[in-house]
Design a protein around this ligand. Structure first.
Ligand code: SF4
Ligand code: SF4
Length: 149
């Protein structure tokens, strides 16, 4: 990876290794989100994708994720700009907005557990959707984001 690439290069210019390194592993993008059909609010649950390893706080089959979970989306520079539901701390979102990475980010701090230390990790915080019936989703709401359009 090129030296301090996150400060010098655009998302479009990154190699795949540099792109992957932007992820701090918080796991927040693996949470179930629902859109309210009436007001387009985005509701976030503390319920994670069935492929999410809630103890390790990461995808349990990252290589085959798109085959196994068809609605898992590949982040791209365009999506990093458009997905306003990504957390404010997400490295992709921050660079897409012209903001620096947080000081605790693994690339800056050298600490792979930086997101956990900063309190933004879903480590041990989420329940797998395999264990929560749809009818109970209301009990797991942790955030409601208003429509931005
Ligand atoms: S929200 Fe961003 S930083 Fe967090 S796991 Fe997803 S891609 Fe990585
Ligand atoms: S398939 Fe993996 S990367 Fe995609 S949302 Fe599920 S746990 Fe996250």
């Amino acid at each position: 990876m090129r030296e301090r690439f996150w400060e010098r290069l655009s998302l479009e210019e990154l190699t795949s290794d540099e792109w992957e390194a932007l992820c701090d592993g918080c796991g927040q993008c693996c949470l179930v989100r629902l859109e309210d059909e009436e007001n387009q609010e985005i509701v976030t649950l503390s319920v994670a994708c069935r492929l999410f390893d809630t103890r390790a706080c990461r995808c349990s089959d990252y290589e085959h994720r798109f085959d196994r979970v068809p609605d898992c989306l590949q982040l791209t520079p365009a999506r990093a700009r458009a997905f306003h539901w990504l957390p404010e701390t997400c490295g992709y979102r921050r660079l897409a907005q012209g903001k620096p990475l947080p000081e605790w980010h693994p690339l800056r701090s050298g600490d792979p557990a930086g997101a956990r230390r900063a309190g933004v990790s879903m480590h041990g915080m989420a329940v797998s959707e395999a264990r929560v019936p749809d009818r109970d989703y209301e009990d797991y709401i942790i955030a409601v984001m208003p429509c931005r359009s």
